[in-house]
Design a protein around this ligand. Structure first.
Ligand code: ARG
Length: 466
């Protein structure tokens, strides 16, 4: 980073800006990452200026030549960023002028950094969203493939973390599939509002040059232009919306992480996570810690924090652009980075899970998971549900005293709680019977879960073909 250049806007100032202030107000150290989008936006703007005869074809060619060189310098890591030039926009513009002279100075005609930066952030975010949507599909595919192997693997389903009713492991995994499917939908919806063009709003009121904003929108593949210039330069709701969608994805991943951590603990032993996603302890030789899911749970706090940062950044700002908005970048960039890294590692980790069906089964057999099935059985034989509930509660208490399962009770013992019970009860009290009985859309029967898996595979195949 060099410090020798004088400020682009310094003409009206009597003294140079204080060194501390320069450092405080500059954004180039972090907004550099917008560089290629900044060039992309500038090239479209210049092409429109030439098409509208605001600059000459010669100027356009010079701008293109200069920008091509700048792009190469940036990609090669040879571009010299200057703190004195404040941000990515002024750095690139200054270099362009050094390379091609007056054409470089004409680039900013009919434009301001305010609409320029809003455009850059939208281009950046659109690109990030496309990548993230693909990653959510990869994660969904990993979940579906694991689920497909476990439609008959029975585990206890929990409410209040107490054994509630048996479910298949596949059904449990497919619950997360639904969450990630909605997450992908949310991102695709958010993209529509990200994908509108602020350029042409200039500083805040529009510009007196005869520009064609729709043409720029077309060149940059935006769906439309932002329809109010004040709004175009000032609001960052699109970034907030994205960060909210990201926070939800992280929240879903955090819940799944919490389950993986529990399931891997020796108390559960439902699963094992491949060694490459775990670490050991420096003091306890026996330890294998689920660091990745724990970190995902931890990083969720970080992304949730970024959401609150951005909301707070926006809440007190009068129209139109204020420098506050420069603070949108770090939370947004970190949200994108965290989410991309997390999704990548997660899809891989789900593929490396070892399932222990025996341990799940043993756990499902504890805790009277089929008690509801017994109540439903009595209801089907004519007993009102509340009475059935009471009869089963008493039967559970009895079995508990004997330290056995409901299915271990003899027929005459069960009949003490209701004379409606006959020997067909034993098939109802099995885990398999309990699952098979829940045979409607959304239920845990293997047939339904297999259908859900087939739908998910079809949905994902459609996405990768698109
Ligand atoms: N670096 C600034 C930002 O990120 C660019 C816009 C500055 N505009 C201005 N008038 N100071 O928001």
């Amino acid at each position: 980073m060099t410090m020798q250049d004088k400020q682009t806007w310094s003409g009206r100032f009597n003294e140079p800006v204080a060194e501390l202030v320069k450092r405080y107000t500059a954004s180039v150290e972090f907004d550099q990452r917008l560089a290629l989008f900044d060039i992309q936006g500038s090239l479209a703007h210049a092409q429109m200026l030439a098409a509208c005869n605001i600059i000459s074809e010669q100027d356009l060619n010079d701008i293109r030549r200069g920008m091509a060189q700048i792009e190469n310098e940036i990609i090669a890591g040879e571009f010299e960023w200057s703190l004195d030039l404040e941000d990515v926009h002024l750095n690139i513009e200054k270099r362009l002028t050094t390379l091609v002279g007056d054409a470089g100075k004409r680039l900013h005609t009919g434009r301001s950094r305010n609409d320029q930066v809003a455009t850059d952030v939208r281009l950046y975010l659109r690109n990030a969203i496309d990548e993230i949507i693909l990653l959510t599909h990869a994660l969904q595919a990993a979940l579906v493939e694991l689920a497909a192997q476990h439609t008959h693997t029975i585990m206890p389903g929990f409410t209040h973390l107490q054994v509630a009713q048996p479910v298949s492991f596949a059904h449990h995994l497919m619950a997360y599939l639904e969450m990630f499917k909605r997450d992908a939908e949310r991102l695709a919806d958010c993209r529509k509002r990200v994908n509108r063009l602020p350029l042409g709003a200039a500083a805040l009121a529009g510009t007196s040059y005869p520009i064609k904003r729709e043409y720029v929108a077309e060149l940059l593949s935006f769906d439309a232009v932002c329809e109010n210039s004040l709004d175009a330069v000032s609001d960052r709701d699109f970034a907030i919306e994205f960060t909210a969608a990201a926070a939800l994805i992280m929240t879903h991943l955090s819940r799944l992480s919490e389950e993986l951590i529990l399931w891997m603990s020796p108390r559960f032993s439902f699963i094992d996570i491949a060694d490459r996603f775990c670490t050991g302890s420096s003091i306890m030789p026996q330890k294998k810690n689920p660091d990745v899911p724990e970190l995902v749970r931890g990083k969720t706090g970080r992304v949730n924090g970024h959401l609150v940062s951005l909301l707070t950044l926006m809440k007190g700002q009068p129209l139109a652009y204020n420098k506050d908005n420069q603070e949108d970048k770090e939370p947004l960039f970190d949200t994108v980075d965290t989410l991309i890294q997390t999704l990548r590692i997660y899809a891989d980790m789900m593929g490396g899970i070892t399932v222990r069906p025996e341990a799940m089964r043993v756990a499902a057999l504890q805790g009277y998971a089929t008690a509801t099935d017994l109540a439903d059985y009595l209801v089907k034989k004519g007993l009102p549900f509340r009475d059935a509930h009471e009869a089963v509660a008493l039967a559970v208490r009895f079995a508990e005293q004997r330290n056995c399962d409901l299915a271990d009770l003899k027929l005459d013992e069960l009949q003490k709680f209701s004379s409606l019970i006959t020997d067909d009860i034993y098939s109802v009290l099995t885990l398999e019977g309990s699952l098979a009985a829940r045979n409607h859309t959304g239920g845990t029967s293997p047939q339904q879960v297999e259908a859900a898996i087939a739908r998910a595979r079809q949905h994902l195949a459609g996405k990768s073909a698109a």
